[in-house]
Design a protein around this ligand. Sequence first.
Ligand SMILES: [Zn+2]
Length: 204
Amino acid sequence: MSAIPKPIHDAAAAFDTLPGVGPRAALRYAYWLASQHKDTIKHFARSIESVANGVMHCEICGLWSSTQICSICSDSKRDIGVICVVGTSQDARVIEESGAFRGTYHVLGGLLDPIGGRLPENLTISNLVKRVFNPQKLVREVILAVDPDVSGDMTAHYISKQLHGSSVTISRLARGLQHGAQIEYADGTTISDALGNRRDLSLS
Ligand SMILES: [Zn+2]
């Protein structure tokens, strides 16, 4: 029989599901948690629970938000004529932190990966098409800030085709991001550089 008390075992099993955390670290966290003051543990648990209850996708852009319309979409100082298309909310967060972008976002919910079963209908591409082809014609530019790898290439190509016939300029983040790199781990300078040197895809 294991010497690990069940509550610690259960907490470790929960930590073990976190990305980048292995079973040993998970167990270390669980023991650390057990050694904390009860109020600290309760606060920790409530913080996690609030993610389940208090976070939703913005109805316009799909970013994680605590309100139906996120703080970026509801900010009148943001340029709604430029949409930066990203795979995940995390990618948008990195671009936000670079301070180099003042438009709005569109979160795809991943990138195309037909072999892994992620098809166009699993992403929010149709919502993006609706935003771009909106009769009010508010959008003038779409920047595809997708990872420079095979999935990113496929996604960029697919979206460009879907937006064909619209009057928007379509560009893709370019220099600075090496092939195979992930936006999530890029620094602010690299993102600013890649935004500034985006490649026009409209004619391809
Ligand atoms: Zn939004």
